[in-house]
Design a protein around this ligand. Structure first.
Ligand SMILES: Cc1ncc(COP(=O)(O)O)c(C=O)c1O
Length: 461
């Protein structure tokens, strides 16, 4: 489904401050990407023209958020900004207890350590890199129970973030409910292409898990984006506000981890939130060891104030309409150019299907890693790999995992770029597509132990 045909989603703001961008030469980009080991994470940002590496911490703040920064109360304990943030979390998400962390993975670390014990299984709607690693470090094993459509880039199923209830129930029956500390539900599903879960499906997951007495822990990193897609695509909720749907999603879960660097429009920050007093108490004990006091958790007062304001802005319809409208504008252009991308379009970026884009490069030669490097060389546009490198190695066999999805993510920061930037990006992808036959794969020459996509280095085959 295409959300936007006309320009009715025009940005609900005007630009007050600008940051200059610089265009480099192709020769320069060929040199620096080789020096960066063909890994876009290892480029210097000043060598990038349009930065679509991630939507994490890269959003533009509003004037209200900027004003909020000036109200930072940097007291070590009991900062007033913490209480503002806690109020916003309770008001918009509805969870009872809040523990702040420096970003999402800080919350994942604490939540996994409290709830998971060695030998446990954590079913979820597709893995996320940091989330799964923390589950494994706590002794658990992640089990993918997402619908099969999520693994098929060409399936047009509108809710590819849904859980396959049969898969979930089989895991519960096979492993036993006492071995499943929680079901991990992400809104939206990043690795599937920013795909939403439906409210109907989430309600069914709640019903099933309640029958077995199992918690749902919500990765609510992009919950407002998911809510917007529910409003657009799920008939019974078309008249609900984004804020009402967000609250409903949260109410169907027992607790959450949040990277506030996405939906909540801040450069840094996160939290975990729960309804269970026991988990809260444990988390409050742990946060002081790993993150900071329980009223800042690694954030400055000013960051917490900006988050409180950002949460409120994130559930505004006009904001979401323009944000997702822009992602769909780029996606639609690429579809018109005949570029293979994940469909239907998701929420935080457009995902190129590298297996179809570069069918002559076998997966062990990293087609998505290669494609991201080629797009950078073509135009200075930075994207990132979401395929075999991100999937890492099997923890028992030590072999590469070969995911179905071998993708390049063009991630759109919120409120940062214009439609003209999207046109440049689309034209660059098209020009790489036209010369794709001449592109060869890569070999990995350095591999870090964890989350290898961040720091691995490659050379041309
Ligand atoms: C779905 C999802 N969960 C968790 C995280 C981890 O959050 P952070 O990067 O703030 O540690 C991310 C960040 O990319 C994410 O997209």
């Amino acid at each position: 489904m295409v959300l936007v045909k006309h320009k009715s989603w025009a940005e609900p703001y005007k630009i007050k401050v600008v940051e200059p961008l610089f265009i480099t030469t192709r020769e320069f980009r060929e040199k620096v990407i080789a020096e960066a080991g063909y890994n876009t994470f290892l480029l210097r940002s000043e060598d990038v023209y349009i930065d679509l590496l991630t939507d994490s911490g890269t959003s533009a703040m509003s004037d209200r958020q900027m004003a909020g920064l000036m109200l930072g109360d940097e007291a070590y304990a009991g900062s007033r900004n913490f209480y503002h943030m806690e109020d916003a979390i309770r008001k918009y998400y509805g969870y009872k207890y809040v523990v702040p962390t420096h970003q999402g993975r800080g919350a994942e670390h604490i939540m996994s350590s409290i709830l998971i014990k060695a030998g446990d299984f954590i079913p979820g709607n597709m893995y996320f890199t940091t989330t799964k690693l923390h589950q494994e470090l706590a002794g658990g094993v992640f089990v993918d129970v997402i619908v099969d459509d999520a693994h098929d880039p060409n399936s047009l199923f509108p809710f590819k973030g849904n859980v396959d209830l049969n898969k979930l129930e089989s895991v519960i029956k096979k492993e036993g409910a006492n071995k499943i500390p929680y079901v991990a539900i992400a809104t939206t599903v990043n690795m599937a292409g920013g795909q939403p879960i439906s409210l109907e499906n989430l309600r069914a997951v709640r019903e099933l898990t309640s029958r077995y007495g199992i918690r749902i822990i919500h990765d609510m990193t992009r919950v407002a984006e998911n809510a917007f897609m529910i409003k657009m695509r799920e008939e019974p909720f078309k008249d609900w506000s984004v804020a009402e749907i967000v609250k409903e999603i949260c109410s169907l879960t027992d607790g959450a981890t949040m990277s506030a660097k996405k939906d909540a429009l801040v450069s840094i920050g996160g939290f975990l939130a729960v309804n269970d007093e026991f988990v809260f108490e444990e988390a409050r004990n742990m946060v002081v060891i790993y993150e900071g006091l329980h009223t800042y958790g690694g954030m400055a007062g000013r960051d917490m104030e900006a988050m409180a304001i950002g949460i409120e802005e994130s559930v505004q319809f006009d904001h979401m309409h323009a944000r997702i409208g822009q992602v769909h504008y780029l996606g639609q252009k690429l579809i018109e150019f005949g570029i293979p991308i994940v469909r239907p379009l998701g929420t935080h970026g457009v995902f190129l299907n590298a297996k179809e884009f570069l069918p002559h490069i076998p997966q062990e030669n990293f087609p998505a890693q290669t494609l991201a490097a080629e797009i950078y060389i073509d135009s200075g546009v930075r994207s990132m790999e979401r395929g075999i490198v991100s999937a890492g190695r099997d923890s028992t066999t030590g072999e590469h995992r070969f995911p179905e999805l071998e993708l390049v993510r063009l991630t759109i920061p919120r409120r940062v770029y214009t439609q003209a930037h999207m046109d440049v990006v689309a034209e660059s992808v098209q020009s790489v597509f036209e010369t794709r036959q001449g592109i060869n794969g890569l070999k990995m020459v350095y591999e870090p132990k964890h989350l290898r996509f961040f720091q691995a280095r490659f050379e041309k085959k």
